[in-house]
Write a protein that binds this ligand. Structure first.
Ligand SMILES: [Zn+2]
Length: 87
């Protein structure tokens, strides 16, 4: 799940015209993962790769929804220049 978010987050950040700095990108990923249930835990890399495709198609819409939500939250209150709590 984390790998999928890592892979997709930069695209969404661009798509939403979000600040591309590391802090904002990290916040988007963290917020997204917080809302996704880690339903599947991968033990081996070979397995991980095979499962990723299945997992991706199954959870694509969920990841999309959570990434969209995370982007909007970060866009409304970016933390790169202040330390106030996001949540
Ligand atoms: Zn930023």
């Amino acid at each position: 799940m984390e790998a999928l978010v890592e892979e997709k987050a930069p695209r969404y950040i661009k798509m939403f015209g979000l600040c591309p700095c590391e802090r904002c990108a990290a916040d988007v990923k963290a917020l997204t993962l917080t809302n996704l249930q880690p339903a599947y835990i991968v033990r081996r890399r070979a397995e991980a790769h095979a499962m990723l495709t299945v997992y991706e198609s199954r959870y694509n819409s969920t990841i999309f929804a959570q990434l969209t939500r995370a982007c909007k939250i970060v866009m409304d209150s970016p933390r790169h220049d202040r330390e106030s709590s996001l949540l």
